[in-house]
Ligand binder design. Structure first.
Ligand code: NAD
Length: 419
């Protein structure tokens, strides 16, 4: 459960700026803007916890439901010292666009507790989770709001959340996704985001004269998304030439030994730069390495003007992380002719498979892994094609086209509900 330091530009600010640009293009009126910019419901709570040394500590927690126009609110819970209201609202907003673009029957939400989970014992982590769940449980439910893991939380945390909610309301597996398999979690959920990243890359490659086999990828971040993306790309024949984590990284022009690095850094939780088999690099140096696919899969705001955007030497940026590109850097990349495949398309595989998990829980009918991946491929490729076609028709950026589709779907749902 590694956590990341604060993004150089806050996610909330990036998402707000992107929304304003998209709302102008979609000609939303003032009331629609107000409705879609702010949260439907924003709750902040004190989370009291008895620590191992006997004292009571109180953490700040949030659950922000941005929109429930298209279905129950859906979004992860983040444990991070900087998970403040603005950050959580930005991420909740992105979830609304993500679920709309994927065309799954959910709205957007996010939760967070301002705590560094690395400083907690396992018992304290459980106590924090149960206390927080108790405080927000009135908001939750399979047809109200369905949390999932995010940075700093994992399947075990979701298991405690499920237990605490079910204690009050009876056994309710569909109230949370990203659970362990033994409690109704879906096959394929752990690697779903990365699998979706690679499906989008495959679709883009098929359209654009690129091929995954033999192409070169550079990845920032070697957690759930980065490590599984590297593994799946390696299996597809892509040369992953550089990766970094919070401690720095490695570069090998012939391609890194990804299966061994996956075992070292992802399974055994060792720092990437401690692995043998490449030259050590810093996170700053990563951006200058020539490649076809540049895949930020860690923090928001990492591709920025006056930092690295002029140095990027790639054919396409694949936003696996949330909000990795600042709005100004986005414009620079557009003027340089480097396409940016936007976060809420690229990393939607996680929430798409969360939707499958919810369906399986409601029906009490588990799916085989093949079915999960087939339906994920179909859903995410359909979303990709809709963005691609609109982008071509309007001669606009991938991000703008994706926003136009998502905003239009959410605004239409609000209109039909009478708002
Ligand atoms: P994670 O916590 O599993 O891994 C994060 C990785 O980033 C770790 O390898 C960490 O060392 C690295 N990192 C942290 N700070 C860094 C820094 N300053 N420089 C370089 N690397 C750094 O997180 P994750 O679940 O893989 O999520 C990564 C990104 O993808 C986040 O932006 C997250 O919001 C987004 N995302 C994740 C999912 C999912 O299903 N996990 C879904 C959608 C979007």
């Amino acid at each position: 459960m590694p956590t990341a330091p604060r993004a150089p530009m806050p996610t909330g600010a990036i998402v707000r700026s992107q929304f304003d640009t998209a709302a102008d293009l979609a000609n939303l009126d003032a009331a629609q803007r107000r409705l879609l910019r702010g949260p439907f419901r924003s709750v902040s709570v004190d989370v009291p916890v008895r620590m191992d040394d006997g004292r009571i500590e109180v953490f700040r927690g949030y659950r922000i439901q941005h929109s429930g126009a298209r279905g129950p609110c859906k979004g992860g819970i983040r444990y991070h010292p900087e998970a403040d209201e603005e950050e959580v609202l930005g991420l909740a907003t992105t979830m609304t666009w993500k679920t709309a673009l994927a065309d799954i029957p959910f709205g957007g939400a996010k939760g967070g507790i301002q705590v560094d989970p690395r400083t907690l014992s396992v018992r304290e982590l459980e106590a924090v989770t149960r206390s927080f769940t108790g405080r927000i449980s009135l908001l939750l439910g399979p047809y109200r709001d369905i949390p999932a893991p995010d940075m700093g939380t994992n399947a075990q945390v979701m298991a405690w959340l499920l237990d605490e909610f079910s204690r009050r309301n009876g056994y309710t597996p569909a109230v949370v996704t990203g659970k362990p398999g033994a409690l109704g979690g879906s096959l394929g959920r752990e690697e779903a985001t990365a699998q979706g990243v690679v499906y989008v890359m495959q679709a883009f490659a098929a359209d654009g004269g690129l091929r995954l086999p033999g192409s070169r990828a550079v990845i920032q971040g070697f957690g759930n998304v980065g490590a599984h993306t590297a593994r799946i790309l390696h299996e597809a024949g892509t040369r992953v030439v550089a990766v970094t984590d919070v401690d720095g990284g490695l570069h090998n022009d012939k391609g890194l030994d990804i299966p061994a690095l996956f075992d070292h850094a992802y399974q055994r939780r060792r720092p990437v730069p401690e692995f043998e088999g490449g030259d050590r690099i810093t996170n700053d140096a990563l951006w200058r390495i020539p490649c076809d696919w540049l895949i930020p899969a860690a923090l928001g705001g990492v591709i920025a003007k006056d930092r690295n955007v002029d140095d990027l030497d790639c054919r396409v940026v694949v936003e696996a992380a949330n909000a990795p590109t600042t709005p100004i850097a986005d414009k620079v990349l557009e003027s340089r002719g480097i396409p940016v495949l936007p976060d809420f398309l690229v990393n939607s595989g996680g929430v798409i498979v969360s939707y499958f998990e919810w369906v399986q829980n409601l029906q009490q009918h588990p799916w085989a892994l093949e079915r999960v991946n087939e339906e994920l491929l179909r859903k995410i490729t359909t979303a990709y094609q809709a963005v691609r076609d609109l982008r071509r028709a309007k001669n606009t950026s991938w991000r703008t086209a994706a926003y136009a589709i998502a905003l239009q779907r959410v605004a239409e749902a609000e209109r039909l509900r009478g708002h």
